[in-house]
Design a protein around this ligand. Structure first.
Ligand code: AMP
Ligand code: MG
Length: 415
């Protein structure tokens, strides 16, 4: 009989099945609020933003120079025209440009009607109210057309979009001052384990410091969640019960690490089963096979494994999509980029594995991934020194050099 605890079997979920089931556990938070633009960074739009205007609102000059009618110019010789208007940015031309006239114009200023070309000031000379223009071969230069960025009535950003600085600026450009966003998702976090201590406290023989909580709190904040920290809980069902109840009462998502294996001291599952609904999943993945998933009241619960690398990986692959959905995001799955394996590796068929890897330039345009030499799921250094996770597909038993694989950069976690 095989004693390999990782041998894939019929009662094991494939990684993509686990993600699908996880996403079915939550809906976007129903509550929304309007916020000022300066409070909108990182938030998620709860409605489409429709522009009620053209951007730019008028044809305008892309340079400091002279607005002219192209028909008045020569392709071979200089042309001298009277300067009949001066149009700084923010001012409206007094009248259309008549044939044989030029207008002094500045960047961003509305172009007078009938002018079709702007000549930059550098090759021009202005003397006694007249401008000497260089030969010009092409009509329509240096003119920015009304609506060339946004047309009135256009949906500029859809509901479910994360608002990065560029999206916030884009909304500002159409005059949207208070976008409607989903309310911030509240997360609660605690670690479990009699051996786990908080940095700053003594670590007696047999104890280790808590790294998981500090990883999770940061990952959640990067995503835009508020986080309530419930600290470290001993392997004691009564304490777990009390804290889980409190956490679930105020959070949308409760995340824990440790205590979800099948050992005698792993009480998280049992307590979850008492307080809410429990799905205990054996997922055919490495690292991080056991995953406790469920609900306590209104809150979704995800019990991550204890090993720090497994925490990182299962957060990225499972917890993050669920939380992003809850936040109202339309795109919740990480976006892999193709890379080539720079190594050979034997894996177990039927199991999805994520190696930590660094990228180096390749010969054919695809970067080459080198794996962190140790797969140990307790070696947090692998996450510190690598660039991201290299996904090994389920089926093959062997990864050969040059094989194209999916790579998930750690920056993806900030999205
Ligand atoms: P468990 O799933 O509780 O059996 O934990 C698996 C492994 O992860 C054990 O070696 C634990 O000591 C370790 N571990 C659990 N929680 C943490 C934590 N918060 N920080 C660092 N290591 C942990
Ligand atoms: Mg434990």
């Amino acid at each position: 009989m095989s004693r390999d605890a990782f041998a894939p079997s019929a009662d094991m979920l494939r990684a993509d099945e686990a993600i699908t089931r996880l996403l079915a556990l939550v809906e976007p938070a129903a509550e929304t609020e309007r916020v000022a633009l300066t409070d909108a960074y990182g938030r998620v739009l709860a409605e489409d933003v429709i522009s009620d205007r053209n951007v730019p609102p008028h044809d305008n000059s892309a340079v400091d120079g002279y607005a002219v009618r192209f028909a008045d110019l020569s392709a071979e010789a200089e042309t001298t025209l009277p300067v009949v208007m001066r149009i700084p940015a923010g001012h409206v031309p007094e009248r259309p440009l008549a044939p044989g006239e030029a207008a002094r114009i500045f960047t961003g200023a509305p172009v007078p009607a009938e002018a079709d070309t702007i000549i930059p000031q550098e090759p021009c000379r202005e003397e006694d109210g007249r401008v000497v223009l260089p030969p010009v071969k092409k009509a329509g230069q240096n003119l920015r057309r009304a609506g060339e960025d946004i047309v009135a009535g256009q949906c500029i950003l859809g509901a479910g979009t994360r608002l990065r600085p560029q999206e916030v600026g884009y909304m500002a450009s159409v005059g949207c001052a208070r976008p409607l966003v989903y309310r911030t998702v509240r997360a609660a976090v605690f670690s479990t384990g009699d051996e786990v201590r908080d940095p700053g406290a003594d670590a007696p023989p047999g104890a280790i410091y808590d790294s998981n909580r500090y990883v999770l709190i940061g990952l959640l904040r990067d995503m835009g969640c508020t986080v309530r920290d419930f600290g470290i809980l001993p392997d004691d069902p009564a304490r777990l019960r009390a804290v889980l109840q409190e956490a679930a009462a105020e959070a949308d998502v409760v995340l824990t690490s440790g205590g979800v294996s099948t050992g005698e001291e792993d009480h998280v599952k049992a307590v979850l089963g008492e307080l809410g609904t429990l799905d205990f999943w054996r997922v055919a993945i490495r690292p991080g096979r056991p995953l406790a998933v469920g609900r306590v009241g209104q809150a979704a619960f995800i019990g991550l494994p204890g090993n720090p690398v497994a925490v990182f990986v299962t957060f990225m692959m499972f917890a993050r999509p669920l939380i992003l959905k809850r936040m109202g995001l339309r795109e919740v799955l990480p976006r892999p980029v193709p890379v080539r394996a720079g190594f050979a590796f034997k894996k177990r068929p039927g199991r999805r594995e994520w190696l930590r890897a660094t990228l180096e330039p390749g010969d054919d345009g695809l970067p080459v991934a080198q794996r962190f030499p140790s797969e140990g799921s307790g070696i947090l250094r692998s996450v510190v020194t690598s660039h991201g996770l290299l996904a090994l597909p389920e089926d093959p038993a062997e990864i050969t050099p040059g094989m194209v694989l999916d790579f998930l950069p750690f920056e993806e976690l900030k999205r």
